[in-house]
Design a protein around this ligand. Structure first.
Ligand SMILES: NC(=O)c1ccc[n+]([C@@H]2O[C@H](COP(=O)([O-])OP(=O)(O)OC[C@H]3O[C@@H](n4cnc5c(N)ncnc54)[C@H](O)[C@@H]3O)[C@@H](O)[C@H]2O)c1
Length: 420
């Protein structure tokens, strides 16, 4: 059986270990903390037992899968004792899922390079650091790739496979083939800030925060609009509360810094304040909503607003809403929808233009990685690229400069070609 070494037995490492073991791989799971390792392994066993209870897998399968996960306290203990040192091919892949700090990732990769056979591919699950920067810790960076799983790894179907400048094509292909063999959909992305999903999704959160900060509307109303008019499963504030405001904020900060602090990615003061106050969302019982009662209620003070738009913006918003088949006639709702959706569509088009990924991989990634109702590029085509461009041009003229500079041409093109 092929073996994967997973470093970090926290949320992601344990989830990825479960996926690999269920797919028949032997797993060596390592964590610096004995408690985290014990929690990770017992959590995986409990998940397999639950799957057996629900009849999704047989009891024997659950036991076999659980037995494939071996807990390793130190990297030095990695190679199995029952194999001769001459067995140089004992592991094919390592996936690093330690905390999101470059110095910790560097130490982990340097140790992995020493401990693993030369052919093994070394992957990082980083959300927002540069894979190329992580690979600087090893002598042979061509074996380093990104394999970005989503949380919870056993349930989320997407893996972004990241090629850094030095990554060998066969290492990247191996990462993608392994993700597929583990039942996931693999998309390819270049080693750029936020890759596909964490870049294109920024607009969903940041534009919602800006609307809140401008007192255009309330947390509940913005969430409701995006669900009802946009067809999103969760509103931006509900989603930030679920992900964790600290996690979401640090990804925004990291992407913003790597994007030379472009105004499109500027993190919002409201979110920073909530993080400082320890209001991190569901995990602390309070974020934008309060979760301590029988059902979530808004925990964010709503400010009464007198919302008016210049006539030309109002007209553009109605044209855009009509093109997007929005039936809700209310101007504020349509405005919220247009601002947030345009930020996403434009970011997807920019990512495509910059060669981050193919159009089809961008669409697949946003549907599978964030549950968007449509891929953003196919959505722009459906609305009409010309309509999207007009809305963006209008928003660019009426908001702080640079955020809505349109990536869409005014000349109609029916589809962005899917080639990579
Ligand atoms: N949580 C998410 O939603 C999510 C999603 C995708 C990717 N990621 C990325 O996955 C990685 C892990 O995130 P997480 O949420 O699982 O974090 P986590 O805090 O739940 O787990 C990290 C684990 O790494 C261990 N660790 C720290 N330093 C170590 C070392 N030197 N050697 C071995 N183990 C060490 C910690 O003890 C901890 O158990 C991060 O890079 C994060 O950006 C997270």
């Amino acid at each position: 059986m092929p073996t994967v070494v997973i470093i970090g037995a926290g949320t992601m490492g344990a989830g990825i270990a479960q996926v690999a073991a269920q797919a028949g791989w032997d797993v060596q799971l390592c964590d610096l903390s004995a408690d985290a390792l014990a929690r990770g392994v017992s959590g995986i066993r409990a998940q397999f037992a639950r799957l057996a209870e629900k009849g999704r897998i047989s009891t024997e399968e659950a036991e076999r899968a659980a037995a494939r996960v071996r807990a390793i306290a130190r990297l030095a203990d990695l190679a199995p004792a029952d194999r001769a040192p001459a067995d140089r091919a004992w592991a094919d892949l390592a996936i690093e899922a330690v905390i999101e700090r470059l110095d910790v990732k560097h130490a982990t990769f340097a140790a992995l390079e020493k401990a693993l056979p030369a052919h093994a591919v070394l992957a990082t699950n980083t959300s927002s650091l540069s894979v190329g920067a992580i690979a600087r810790a090893v002598r042979d960076p061509s074996r380093v790739i990104g394999m970005h799983f989503f949380n919870p790894a056993p349930l989320m179907p997407l893996v972004e496979v990241i090629a850094a400048a030095a990554s060998r094509p066969d290492a990247v292909d191996f990462g993608a083939a392994t993700a597929r063999a583990w039942g996931k959909t693999a998309v390819h992305a270049k080693d750029t800030p936020g890759f596909i999903v964490n870049r294109v999704a920024r607009g969903y959160y940041l534009e919602a925060l800006r609307l809140l900060g401008e007192h255009v509307s309330t947390v509940e109303k913005i969430d409701k609009v995006m669900k009802e008019l946009g067809g999103f499963k969760m509103g931006p504030f509900e989603l930030m509360d679920l992900v964790g405001l600290d996690v979401n904020y640090s990804v925004s900060l990291s992407v913003w810094e790597q994007m030379q602090r472009h105004p499109r990615f500027e993190p919002h003061e409201i979110q920073r304040r909530l993080v400082d106050q320890g209001c991190l969302g569901r995990k602390t019982g309070r974020g934008f909503y309060d979760y301590t009662g029988p059902s979530p209620v808004s925990a964010f003070p709503s400010v009464k607003t007198a919302f008016t738009l210049p006539p030309e913006v109002e007209q553009a918003v109605h044209n855009f809403a009509a093109a997007a088949s929005v039936t809700d006639p209310h101007t504020p709702c349509r405005y919220i929808f247009a601002r947030i959706l345009c930020a996403i569509l434009n970011e997807a088009a920019l990512a495509r233009q910059e060669g981050v990924a193919s159009a089809s991989d961008i669409d697949i990634a946003m549907k599978l990685g964030t549950n968007y109702p449509h891929g953003p590029l196919e959505w722009a085509d459906r609305i009409g690229r010309d309509e999207v461009h007009k809305m963006l041009a209008c928003l660019e003229a009426h908001t702080s400069a640079g955020r809505f500079r349109s990536a869409f041409e005014t000349t109609q093109r029916t589809h962005i070609e899917p080639g990579r």
